[in-house]
Design a protein around this ligand. Structure first.
Ligand code: NAP
Ligand code: MG
Length: 523
């Protein structure tokens, strides 16, 4: 793309599905994608598309009789071949000018924009997202492509925008060069946006990658790599190696030729990767870089001066949007005692009205993503029954057809140390605690090993200043929900056990995929 045509970055707008023409377009996309379900997909090693006998079967979590696709699984041997392909491609890709690399992202963004609903529809079937959640996921993927493309161009012009301190008789420069071959391991919960964001950031910085998609959502990941091919990205820059995290994941993370690992997922897996990557393998000549974005136990604090209706709405939307399966999901709320009963009652009402059903039919909530998660969440609901007062939901939701449906569930009067207050459940379960005053509520909020997102509701400026200073998380919001970070506007990443605070979608992110080479020439 020519520099002169590059518009300033702006967020991709969300689709307004109250407009009949948008609804019809989405329905048409759902019909089209439905007709394509059940196919077999290859893995990608350089220019080769390889079908294997061993396949991951991706099911529609909202209708588990429906196979979304069967995706070829990499073995260690195939993963090794893919790594060699990535190493070979790196030798040429690293010399491609930054602006040309960015051009592939811009082309992919515009192709994705043209077929937006098709990508969203695939997530409705594969990830159980309702239309708006799927649309937001696609919009975020477009945002990442547009944003990181521009960011790479900006980094390549660092000497113009932030010149080094002049020294007489020298010409000093800094260049941000790529690292090498990276392993990209995204989660299933933003199966397009996070997959596209992590992958595109690594490759636009000049690295080549092995993309190991989440086993729950490999079909939408395949759709993304197809798009990158359509955008003209050379073979070998993205190698697509689906497979079990514990088998090929460990192999690739421990490999001596792996230069970096970019991971988003659970705390347990992130810590394992960090530990494995810290061991030096035979023949390894670098310290591996680990970028790990992990779980959350996010929460909303409400004081007695707040707009209580807005606070209750935000609590419910943050807790139950996409069935509570966002790393930013507000799974805790702390409310001061003088307004506690009023806010809890409103949360109960709003939750009771929250309809659960088939994603294709666009219910507010759909199923949770897979069987293991379903069972784990139901177990936590049972634990919650011993830890708090159940005021809404409380078990499986009775929905046709057969899928992993759980009622939006709320427990009140939960102690700050309770398991459902401390452990990431990653499902539609909200725990509410009572605080004497806003200070105690903030202290309860901070009593966690995580530190991803949080919200504070108040009309008092001094208290807002207090919360801004004291609430310890990577993304803090005032008087709004704690989900829905926008690329460019809300650089995203958490503290403590929530990860390495990479700030995806921010000005610091690409630095994680580059190393700076300073040169000084005597004149
Ligand atoms: P997960 O179980 O940790 O899996 C994430 C990815 O890691 C998947 O691709 C998985 O592959 C892979 N994996 C599993 N074991 C591995 C191993 N030993 N070595 C290498 N890779 C391995 O997480 P998830 O269930 O997909 O996602 C939910 C979690 O992600 C939640 O904790 C959520 O908070 C977190 N999350 C965080 C952010 C953030 O920005 N901080 C954003 C989104 C989600 P398989 O699928 O094959 O197991
Ligand atoms: Mg998992």
């Amino acid at each position: 793309m020519e520099r002169t045509t590059l518009a300033p970055y702006a967020n991709e707008p969300f689709t307004d599905f109250t407009q009949p023409e948008n609804r019809e377009a989405m329905e048409a996309a759902l019909r089209k994608v439905k007709g394509e379900l059940g196919r077999d997909y290859p893995l990608w090693i350089g220019a080769d598309k390889v079908m294997t006998d061993g396949k991951t079967e991706s099911l529609n979590p909202g209708d588990i009789g429906q196979v979304v696709g069967r995706v070829s699984k990499a073995t260690k041997e195939l993963a090794e071949k893919a790594l060699e392909a990535a190493l070979a491609a790196f030798e040429t890709w690293k010399r491609v000018p930054a602006e040309t690399r960015a051009g592939y992202l811009f082309r992919a963004a515009s192709l994705m924009r043209e077929r937006k609903h098709e990508f969203s529809a695939m997530m409705v079937f594969e990830a159980g997202k309702n239309w708006a959640e799927a649309d937001a996921d696609t919009a975020e993927a477009i945002d990442f492509l547009e944003f990181y493309g521009r960011e790479m161009i900006r980094l390549s012009e660092a000497n113009e925008h932030r010149p080094l301190t002049p020294v007489a008789g020298e010409r000093n420069r800094i260049a941000y060069i790529p690292l090498g071959v990276g392993v990209v391991i995204p989660p299933w919960n933003f199966p397009l946006a996070i997959c596209a964001g992590m992958t595109s950031a690594a490759v636009v910085s000049g690295n080549t990658v092995l993309l190991k998609p989440a086993s729950v959502t490999p079909v939408i990941a395949h759709k993304f790599v197809e798009l990158m091919e359509e955008a003209g990205l050379p073979p070998g820059v993205i190698n697509f190696v689906p497979g079990s995290g514990s088998e090929i994941g460990d192999y690739l993370v421990a490999h001596p030729k792996t230069r970096f690992i970019s991971f988003t997922g659970s705390k347990e897996v992130g810590l394992r990767i960090n530990e494995l990557a810290a061991k030096t393998a035979e023949g390894q000549i670098w310290i591996k870089r680990v970028i790990a974005e992990m779980g959350g136990k996010d929460g909303i604090v409400v004081d007695e001066t707040a707009d209580l209706e807005a606070a209750a709405q935000a609590i419910v939307v943050s807790a139950f949007g996409y069935q509570g399966q966002k790393c930013s999901a507000g799974s805790r709320a702390f409310i001061v005692e003088s307004v506690y009963d009023e806010v809890v009652e409103r949360v109960r009402e709003l939750t009771a009205a929250w309809a659960v059903g088939l994603p294709e039919l666009n219910f507010k909530s759909g199923p949770v993503a897979e069987r293991n998660a379903y069972e784990k969440i139901l177990q936590y609901i049972e634990i919650g029954k011993g830890e708090g007062r159940l005021i809404a939901g409380g078990g499986k939701a009775d929905v046709e057809p057969n899928g992993y449906y759980i009622e939006p569930t709320v427990f009140a009067d939960v102690d700050g140390k309770a398991r459902i207050m401390q452990e990431e459940i990653f499902g539609p379960v909200l725990a509410i605690g009572k605080a004497r005053d806003y200070r105690e509520a903030v202290a309860l909020y901070n009593d966690t090993e995580f530190g991803l997102t949080g919200s504070f509701f108040s009309r008092d400026e001094d208290r807002i200043a207090y919360a801004l200073e004291e609430m310890h998380c990577g993304n803090l919001y005032i008087n709004r929900k704690c989900t829905g970070a926008l690329v460019g506007a809300h650089p995203f990443g958490g503290f403590n056990m929530s990860g390495t605070d990479s700030k995806a979608g921010g000005y610091d992110y690409l630095l994680l995929f580059t190393q700076a080479k300073a040169t000084s020439r005597k004149l």
